[in-house]
Design a protein around this ligand. Structure first.
Ligand code: FE2
Ligand code: FE2
Length: 285
């Protein structure tokens, strides 16, 4: 199965870049399934139902969220009626709307399970232990069994915690990929048990920024400690960033993994053919 995972979509620039790129990538890379992290797609803070629909229309089969899952109030209801949206499994002890894991239909009658967990290190809220949260999922949906592939989105700050999650899932998941830091790491690899892994997929956003936000206010806060205005998403051309993986349908093991970076300021990467996708900064929230 050919699966593309795109990291945190940042504001309008990220949404426009994904809308321009995804139909081309689906066709040129003959993708069977696409997962997009949408936790920052609406003004950098959360995901509105309309913007979620836009990501699905662009070609996402599943949209994951994160610590910003419910920043947009309407998502509280929408997550419980739109089964293609996943919030972190361990978001709250009880009462979080929506679901944290689901089995999806992929092309050719195949099945793929997707789950998301939140880490604990350096996060603002004391979320439950993600390792215990994901374990029953790994047992319930062994890759190569009733599902041909299993993908885990590990949403957290610390590279160490993400790497530990990769090894915890190795031999059981097809792909473990990190989100949340908005900076792609250069460590895409297949772990010894056949699990593809990348510490962070990076964001779909403008990298002439501080993790997707216009530079001035975050710099001011670091330098002076004094907030002056709200953060707002950067306005320039976005880079579409993520992870591409090919899995063996009979075993669920990863056969190939590639880092993906297209457009904007970052050096391009991805499986050939690398499409010429042209878009400019659309800016705004
Ligand atoms: Fe996040
Ligand atoms: Fe994010």
């Amino acid at each position: 199965m050919r699966v593309l995972f795109l990291g945190d979509v940042m504001g309008r620039g990220g949404r426009h870049a994904v809308a321009a790129a995804l139909p081309v990538l689906r066709r040129d890379w003959r993708l069977d399934f696409v997962i997009v992290n949408g936790e920052n797609a609406t003004g950098g803070m959360g995901l509105s139902p309309d913007h979620a629909k836009g990501l699905f229309e662009a070609g996402a089969d599943c949209v994951t969220l994160g610590d910003h899952a419910f920043d947009q109030r309407a998502m509280r209801e929408f997550a419980s009626v739109e089964p293609r949206i996943l919030r972190p499994l361990n978001f709250a002890k009880s009462g979080a709307p929506g679901q944290g894991v689901r089995v999806f239909d992929a092309a050719g009658g195949r099945k793929i399970a997707v789950a998301q967990v939140l880490g604990q290190v350096f996060m603002k809220q004391p979320y439950d232990d993600p390792f215990s949260a994901i374990d029953p999922v790994l047992r319930a949906y062994p890759r190569g069994g009733q599902v041909q592939a299993l993908v885990v989105d590990m949403h957290c700050e610390a590279t160490s915690e993400k790497t530990a999650m990769g090894h915890w899932c190795d031999g059981r998941a097809s792909l473990v990929v990190g989100t949340h830091t908005h900076i792609p790491t250069a460590d895409a690899q297949i772990l010894s048990g056949g699990t593809a892994y990348q510490t962070d997929a990076g964001m779909c956003g403008d990298y002439d920024s501080v993790i997707g936000m216009q530079k001035d206010e975050p710099m001011r806060r670091f330098i002076t400690g004094m907030p002056q205005t709200r953060f707002s998403p950067a306005l320039g051309a976005a880079t579409v960033s993520g992870t591409y993986v090919e899995t063996d349908d009979s075993t669920g093991r990863a056969k190939r993994v590639e880092m993906v970076r297209l457009g904007g300021r970052l050096a391009p990467a991805g499986p050939a053919p690398l499409p010429e996708i042209l878009w400019s900064g659309h800016g705004g929230a």
